[in-house]
Design a protein around this ligand. Structure first.
Ligand code: NAP
Length: 512
């Protein structure tokens, strides 16, 4: 399909969100869609993050599509290459690949004449009745604002854009950040590098990861007896789900996690000073609880220094700490996370009457059910505001959202709707109640995290159980939306006489 064409649905991104959306569209008989992918390959997060040790900290039997289980997972917590090949397999099995437009970076989208006019980098345009943003919040690397960073003459890269051509062997390496990514790659690079200086701003809670390889007999059973695989998935789901109780209803329960975290430190680190440095000073869960069996051990090695100082400046070949120490380094690796609060990325989105999303979200991103935004008809955001989780699988949330979007698209077809726009009052009420719920959660216990925006508002996390989100997204309620009934873009059948008349009135062609 050439650019400049019109499609029923345009999807941004080819990660789990884009894939799931595409499969469900096909299932509903809608084949007229494209996936717009800025890179040259599919996979989103699981294509970009290739740092050593990259894995998912949710077991793969749960962190996968419910309708496409796999008996092949080699271990409980699959590594990045395995998750990426799972996605590749799904793209092929469901014949989604022909719908993907590679090297197609969306730079803007405007809702005009009941359709989205989508601008692609390089000047192309495409129009779509429905726009689904599946780019995720963790796709644009965030770099710290450090004085002199651009002056540095050594090698520097982000965990999400790992330079595999750079040999770290024997090098003096500085790592900035101690989040989920850093704690995975540090144990991998520590034995190789000459000297590792870790800049830790906040010590995270790290628990043991109950990882192991599956025995061939287990894989055989998963393959041959689907009921066992299903039960296993249910077990993992509920093991994770109960944590929402501690996170959202009764944070004191998380003292158990604190005890486990401290025991993990005692067991793994001999150096008493280091033990003190890495002991967190906030309630577990306020920032994401991390999982690793070798992170602490790797810090307790002679070639590692953990610094809790801030960075004053970066020089050509060194980093200067805020207490004046100059540390010579050959490479800097940023484990500093992502520009989370953008959601659709730095894309200029204009809704009805030209309102732009950046203005609509100036006090923080918000949506209805994390999916639709008032004033931005026919736009759906997967993993949108307040759909993130600290306790369970995001794939479960994505499937809930995709179901909701499909219910809406089906209704649009049935009723010949040209647009759906969520009611502003409803979106406001929904978000007030959501923010009220968040007040009692662990995320409001005083730590600074990327869950909160610069005004301290939590715009990222779902404040309840994931099954509660699924219940709310099970039905698309037309009364929650302003419905436009002017056009026939989504109608496949013959239009009714009044629809013909409406089309004529609006200058649209009637099908023969
Ligand atoms: P992150 O959790 O945002 O961690 C960023 C780290 O960089 C934090 O330790 C932060 O310190 C530090 N940092 C940021 N700016 C800094 C500065 N100016 N100076 C010093 N330190 C600075 O990022 P991430 O580790 O890439 O993980 C992001 C998210 O990706 C995770 O929360 C998770 O949702 C996902 N992820 C998941 C997995 C998985 O296994 N499923 C693996 C990797 C990532 P502070 O804590 O003080 O802010």
């Amino acid at each position: 399909m050439d650019m400049g064409q019109h499609v029923t649905v345009a999807i941004i991104g080819t990660g789990f969100s884009g894939l799931c959306m595409a499969i469900k569209l096909k299932e509903a008989g809608i084949d007229d869609f494209v996936l717009l992918e800025r890179a040259g390959a599919i996979g989103g997060t699981w294509r970009d993050n290739t740092y050593p040790g990259c894995a998912c900290d949710v077991p793969s039997h749960l962190y996968s599509l419910s309708f496409e289980p796999s008996a092949r997972w080699s271990r409980v917590y699959a590594q990045q290459p395995e998750i990426r090949s799972y996605l590749e397999r799904c793209f092929d099995k469901y014949a989604v690949r022909p719908h993907v437009r590679f090297h197609t970076k969306v730079v803007g989208a405007a809702f005009e004449d009941d359709r989205w006019r989508i601008r692609i980098e390089g000047g192309h345009e495409i129009t779509a009745d429905v726009l689904v943003a599946g780019a995720g919040g963790l796709s644009n690397p965030a770099y710290p604002k450090l004085r002199g960073r651009e002056r540095f003459r050594g090698e520097q890269f982000h965990s999400a854009t790992w330079n595999h051509d750079y040999d770290l062997t024997g090098k003096r390496v500085a790592v900035i950040g101690t989040g989920a990514s850093a704690i995975q790659f540090i144990p991998e690079i520590q034995p190789k590098v000459g000297k590792l200086t870790l800049f830790q701003r906040t010590a995270p809670w790290v628990l043991r990861r109950p990882d192991r390889a599956f025995h061939p007999a287990e894989k055989f059973l998963f393959e041959k007896v689907p009921a066992i695989r299903w039960l296993y998935r249910q077990k993992i789901y509920w093991q994770h789900e109960w944590r929402a109780f501690g996170f959202t209803i009764y944070p004191p329960m998380l003292k158990v996690a604190a005890r486990m975290g401290k025991a993990h430190i005692r067991r793994s680190i001999k150096n008493p000073e280091l033990r003190k440095k890495v002991t967190p000073a906030f309630t577990p869960g306020c920032k994401r609880i991390l999982m690793s069996n070798d992170y602490y051990q790797s810090l307790d090695q002679p070639n590692v220094d953990v610094l809790t100082n801030g960075i004053a400046e970066v020089k050509e070949h060194s980093i200067v700490t805020d207490d004046g120490r100059e540390i010579p380094v050959d490479a800097i690796i940023y484990g500093t996370g992502f520009a989370v609060h953008e959601y659709i990325g730095p894309v200029d989105i204009r809704g009805r009457n030209g309102i732009d999303l950046a203005t609509a979200w100036k006090d923080g991103a918000e949506a209805y059910l994390g999916t639709t935004i008032s004033g931005f008809p026919n736009l759906f955001i997967l993993t949108g505001p307040n759909t993130g989780l600290g306790h369970n699988s995001m794939v479960y949330m994505i499937e809930s959202q995709v179901h909701y979007v499909m219910e809406c698209i089906k209704l649009m077809r049935e009723r010949s709707l040209s647009f759906v726009d969520v009611r502003e009052d409803l979106q406001k009420k929904y978000n007030e109640s959501l923010q009220n719920r968040l007040k009692g959660s662990v995320w409001s216990t005083g730590c600074a995290s990327w869950y909160l925006n610069e005004n301290g508002k939590n715009t990222t996390l779902w404040p309840s159980f994931t099954f509660a989100f699924r219940a709310r997204t099970r039905r698309f309620e037309p009364a929650d939306y302003e419905l436009g009934q002017k056009g026939l873009h989504l109608v496949k059948g013959k239009p009714k006489p009044q629809e013909r008349a409406a089309n004529k009135l609006n200058g649209r062609a009637n099908p023969a």
